[in-house]
Write a protein that binds this ligand. Structure first.
Ligand code: NAI
Ligand code: MG
Length: 356
């Protein structure tokens, strides 16, 4: 019996609602596989915890998480707590301290769904955004001065290290080399961000010489436009933290929206636990109604299976999601239907048992 320990942080808003459905999928993985056990431990770290304790997680929170093989994360954020507090004190420390330097975000139009890009088909929309996840524009470096005066000023530094850039670019090349198109697209803006981005481009050039992969560099503004006009060109895209964040939300919109798209925060060396989550937030506008789409969270379990080197289980989950979308009438309101979070979760679970 292979046993993995999973730390579960449901978080706020729709987080617990969609995590609940994804735990059913985790259980189904055990049943389908036969020789597999997931021992889950839930942590109540969220904005309510903050309002009670003045912090998003206990002082030894990271130590507690460290003991687990992987982390399943819902979403955090509540109107009662400033967003920069909930994000900076919970998600970002986990990503940084656990060297989850890869943020992997598949952009794939599932069977049974149509893209808002009217002329694009399923073959056209199937790529992966590899986002740098520990530095760049989200480096927590800067400050405020002369606050409350007319001279008030804010400085926010972008930090690009050679070490940090090299490792994400290598990861992206390795991934591109394994896929059929053998093409890496690089997001840059070396014409305007004239120190960090030429540095980034130079590292792309150096690392790229070791791979038999075609490399395209596009400025981020043009690249955003190409996401709409010619997405079929892409296979693996590597981008800095901010650029990758924006591109992957845009990518998500082209394949059906935030309710569908997952992400893995990955420490490829497996020195620390990796974390799997939807790319969406806590959606306070629909929280408590039981209508959130659980697909993004469930798909994140698929990425978890890939990470744990059980890609056949990862594929099974995506197939089950596609079966439900293509061959049943079950749709949550974001997909134009009337079904609940639970209806969707249960339908996917029963497809897993059918196909598994
Ligand atoms: P959001 O992703 O929570 O919501 C944006 C829109 O998408 C809303 O209209 C929402 O109803 C819809 N939506 C999101 N997920 C959905 C799902 N599964 N099914 C159906 N509809 C869905 O982003 P927003 O509104 O900018 O932020 C809300 C809170 O979430 C904020 O506190 C923010 O800081 C936090 N947040 C947390 C993240 C995380 O925990 N990783 C990521 C992004 C935002
Ligand atoms: Mg985002």
């Amino acid at each position: 019996m292979k046993t993995y320990s999973v730390a579960v942080i449901p978080g706020d808003g729709i987080g617990p609602e969609v995590v609940n459905e994804s735990l059913k999928v985790l259980k189904a993985m055990e049943d389908v596989h036969g020789g597999l056990k997931f021992v889950t431990k839930e942590f109540d770290w969220n904005c309510s915890y903050y309002l009670k304790n003045g912090r998003m997680m206990p002082e030894n929170g990271l130590e507690q998480l460290r003991e687990h093989d992987v982390i399943l994360f819902g979403a955090v954020g509540d109107p009662a707590v400033p967003d920069h507090v909930s994000v900076w004190e919970l998600i970002l420390p986990i990503r940084k301290q656990f060297e989850q330097y890869v943020n992997l975000r598949p952009v794939k139009l599932l069977r049974g769904l149509e893209s808002p890009l009217r002329y694009k088909s399923h073959q056209d929309l199937d790529f992966v955004v590899v986002r740098e996840n520990t530095e760049g524009e989200y480096s927590n470096s800067g400050g405020l001065t002369h606050e409350g005066t007319p001279y008030e000023l804010a400085v926010q530094n972008n930090i690009f290290t050679r070490y940090g850039s090299e490792r994400i670019i290598k990861y992206a090349y390795n991934l591109a080399a394994k896929r059929s198109k053998k093409r890496l697209t690089v997001a840059t803006k070396s014409n305007a961000i004239n120190y960090a981005m030429p540095f980034w481009d130079e590292i792309v050039k150096e690392v790229g010489t070791n791979y038999n992969v075609e490399t395209q560099l596009y400025h981020i503004d043009a690249l955003a436009a190409y996401f709409i006009s010619r997405p079929e060109e892409f296979d693996v895209i590597v981008a800095s933290n901010l650029f990758g964040d924006i591109l992957s939300d845009l990518g998500a919109a082209t394949v059906g929206g935030l309710g569908l798209t997952p992400s893995g925060n990955i420490n490829p060396e497996k020195k620390y636990p990796s974390m799997f989550e939807p790319i969406h937030g806590s959606a306070p506008d629909i929280a408590g109604k039981g209508i959130a789409n659980p697909i993004a969270q469930i798909w994140s379990i698929s990425l978890m299976m890939d990470h744990l080197q059980m890609p056949e289980l990862g594929e099974l989950i995506v197939n089950a999601i596609e079966e439900v979308l293509e061959n049943t009438a079950i749709k949550t309101p974001d997909l134009g239907g009337k079904n609940s979070t639970e209806d969707m979760g249960n339908a996917i679970v029963s497809q897993i048992y059918k196909l598994g």
